[in-house]
Write a protein that binds this ligand. Structure first.
Ligand code: SAH
Ligand code: SF4
Ligand code: F3S
Length: 484
């Protein structure tokens, strides 16, 4: 494992090794010399800031970047006034991009006063040609730009950037490579995301992810199990298995396997207490997965099952491969097998051609299913996707009206669902001391809701029986009944 590697023992005068991950460790050792020199010049430890935009996959990638940066000698900070700042970007909706440009403008002023500062950009936005052109033209102060496919080369690219006076840019169109055993530094001591697959093959017509993350690639089950065992040995009690469509896990492996079997294997890991996963595509949700969820005691009773639209016509245009009735039938099957399962979803409003009637179908599904919570999005046109070329884009005002109505409906239902748990005693994983009141601990229910209760920090990572005394809308107040 990587934590057994001693960077000081690497011969940096030698030629770089060709194989991975040894090559990256070699460049980390080289970068470390640079950071040591910087520390002498500054008279203090250099600090780095890794800023994440986007989904859980990006959050996990950022932990890998942070692992490398801290191993080579930077100290971590949340503050962007740092010696090294990297933005791990998202491009799923236009506003994600705008945020990055806004912040970059601000950073450039700070860099003018602190010329030794390094700025790097990576992540999904960098896989877009027009973004890269814009950065090359108008953001010359950026030191390093790379994409999603070569993130494993971060140490090498960073070293090149430290050596060079000008902008280093390296973007790949594709990769079939998965490099294991690189460093990572978790944000939370007790829980961790674990990639089980990368990329996406679904090409939903509105979505840019398949273009910026490439084709679906699954990690080998033994690598996943090995990583989780090491995490558990390091104090982790909850894992979130991550993939754009976990339900198609394992199809392209040398020895094909399925997500349900992976869950069963992960469930056997001693010391691990909770397993979550996201995201499930309704079209690939198998009966075997439902069975596995039922059988495996560590798997949380929660499924995030993106609906996107309740209109069968729109779903077809979205290329989702299921219709309204199939979605409803799936929900029924899930609830029949696991009665107390929490269901959450993603919904897009204003997809091209969406009529009032289509939207009413979405509202109808929301009311029938009664999701515990839902992320609602206004459709955002992404260059290069089939939906961007569709002619019948919906007027902004109309979309806004629908969006507000949907949000209101979703919130009313969430509040009703949440208050139904009031007075019940449930299993809670204590996560951390409450940030506002240190006499309280914050924990999470199996269904992903949050509860605050009287407790002490040493409870972190423990499963407790907590009575939910009061529902405060999106969270609960509770009291410990007993240690589970
Ligand atoms: N792989 C996941 C979703 C990843 S993106 C899945 O298929 O469920 C997260 C969510 O962003 C999507 O579920 C969708 O609701 C939303 N989204 C994706 N592209 C979008 C776009 N162009 N405009 C608005 N929302 C979008
Ligand atoms: Fe995008 Fe669809 Fe893939 Fe999800 S499944 S990442 S929405 S293309
Ligand atoms: Fe965004 Fe990339 Fe995730 S586009 S949602 S960060 S896969």
């Amino acid at each position: 494992m990587y934590n057994e590697i001693d960077l000081d023992k690497i011969d940096i005068a030698a030629e770089p090794p060709a194989e991975e991950p040894a090559r990256q460790y070699y460049f980390m050792a080289k970068c470390r010399k640079y950071v040591q020199k910087l520390e002498e010049e500054l008279g203090r430890k250099p600090v780095c800031c890794v800023k994440t935009f986007g989904c859980q996959m990006n959050a996990r990638d950022s932990e890998k970047l942070t692992g490398i940066l801290t191993d080579i000698g930077y100290e971590e900070t949340e503050d962007e006034h740092a010696d090294f700042v990297i933005y791990n970007t998202c491009t799923v909706r236009e506003n994600a991009n705008n945020k990055v440009y806004g912040r970059l403008g601000y950073l450039s002023n700070y860099k003018k006063k602190n010329p030794h500062m390094m700025i790097a950009l990576c992540g999904c936005m960098m896989q877009e040609e027009q973004v890269v052109e814009k950065i090359q033209k108008s953001y010359r102060f950026v030191n390093l730009v790379f994409g999603t496919h070569n993130i494993y080369k971060f140490a090498e690219l960073l070293y090149n950037s430290m050596e060079s006076g000008s902008m280093i840019m390296d973007i790949w169109k594709e990769t079939d490579k998965i490099v294991e055993n690189l460093p990572n530094k978790r944000k939370f001591s007790f829980k961790s995301g674990v990639n089980i697959m990368f990329g996406c093959n679904n090409f939903c017509s509105y979505c840019i992810v398949p273009y910026v993350r490439g084709r679906e690639r699954s990690r080998k089950p033994e690598e996943i199990i090995r990583e989780i065992k090491a995490l558990v040995a390091d104090g982790v009690c909850e894992v979130m298995l991550l993939g754009q469509n976990v339900n198609s896990y394992g199809k392209n492996l040398e020895n094909p396997t399925g997500f349900a079997d992976l869950l069963r294997e992960v469930n056997k890991i001693e010391g691990l207490k909770r397993i979550r996963f996201m995201t499930s595509h309704p079209k690939d949700l198998s009966d075997d997965l439902i069975l596995a969820m039922k059988e495996c005691d560590k798997v949380c009773k929660h499924m995030h099952l993106p609906l996107q639209s309740g209109s069968s016509r729109i779903l077809q245009n979205m290329n989702r491969h299921y219709d309204k009735n199939q979605y409803l039938a799936l929900v029924e099957k899930l609830r029949h097998a696991i009665p107390d399962i929490a269901l959450t979803t993603d919904i897009i409003v204003g997809f091209p051609g969406e009529t009032k009637e289509d939207f009413m179908e979405t509202l109808d599904v929301v009311k029938q299913v009664e999701f515990d919570s839902a992320f609602t999005f206004i459709y955002s046109k992404r260059t290069g996707t089939p939906a961007a070329a569709m002619e019948n884009q919906v007027a902004e005002e109309e979309v806004k009206e629908r969006f507000d109505l949907l949000l209101k409906t979703v919130q009313q239902i969430s509040a009703k669902k949440a208050s139904a748990l009031e007075g019940k005693t449930v299993e809670v994983l204590a996560e951390e001391e409450n940030t506002q009141d240190s006499s309280l601990m914050t924990g999470r229910l199996s269904n992903n809701s949050i509860v605050h209760f009287k407790g002490t920090e040493d409870m972190t990572g423990k499963l407790l029986q907590v009575k939910l005394t009061e529902c405060k809308g999106f969270y609960y107040l509770g009291e410990i009944v007993s240690n589970a």
